[in-house]
Ligand binder design. Structure first.
Ligand SMILES: Cc1cc2nc3c(=O)[nH]c(=O)nc-3n(C[C@H](O)[C@H](O)[C@H](O)COP(=O)(O)O)c2cc1C
Length: 175
């Protein structure tokens, strides 16, 4: 099974989760490529499974203004240029035609990172990601969240191991 793991990350936490998910997928024999959303293209869509992850900013996917705020809080400016929202908004809506089907992933799973302090609040980047994918005609399977202790991290205890398990689970259930 071929899998693309595409992520957005300002402080590195979502990137760490993405890497742990890759490890879990590889544990189950998947052939995995991992890339930042800024580098993602049509190749990432033409896989058996696309795993897409982003940090939650103001209860949803980041925007230029929230990424600028992250830079003020200490994130690297290079990662502020674009995000999952922009990548998805640039995608053409899919139809059932064979040309589109060739470029559509067989399955899609979505995750985000969120702060433990506000975990009771409903908004999340993953939910928004799933909605944008569905609006473009793509089916979305699992949607999940991983937790950070604060805006810059670190990841909450056990989250990397949970991410690795989720990767293994996705490999097994997507076959
Ligand atoms: C501008 C901004 C807004 C944020 N808003 C939320 C929020 O609404 N809910 C939440 O759980 N976390 C929020 N956070 C915390 C982020 O989710 C956290 O920084 C992110 O998960 C870290 O991932 P990263 O290291 O990959 O950037 C916000 C962070 C920033 C910088």
């Amino acid at each position: 099974m071929r899998v693309a793991v595409v992520f957005e990350s300002m402080f590195g936490n979502t990137e760490q989760v993405a890497e742990a998910i890759c490890e879990g997928l590889r544990d189950q024999g998947a052939e995995v490529t991992r890339c930042r959303v800024a580098d993602a293209g049509d190749h990432e869509l033409a896989q058996d499974l696309l795993v897409l992850g982003a940090p939650t900013h103001t209860f949803t996917l980041s925007r230029p203004a929230t990424r600028a705020e992250a830079v003020i809080k200490g994130a690297g400016a290079a990662d502020a240029a674009t995000g999952v929202r922009e990548w998805l908004e640039a995608l053409e809506p899919r139809s059932a035609s064979s040309a589109d089907a060739a470029e559509a992933p067989g399955a899609v799973a979505v995750f985000d990172t969120r702060a433990t302090k506000v975990r009771h609040l409903p908004g999340s980047a993953a939910r928004r990601t799933a909605r944008l994918l569905r609006q473009r005609g793509l089916d979305v399977g699992e949607v999940t969240s991983f937790y950070v202790e604060d805006v810059r991290g670190p990841l909450a205890e056990g989250e990397l191991s949970r991410a690795r398990s989720w990767g293994r689970h996705l490999a097994v259930t997507t076959r």
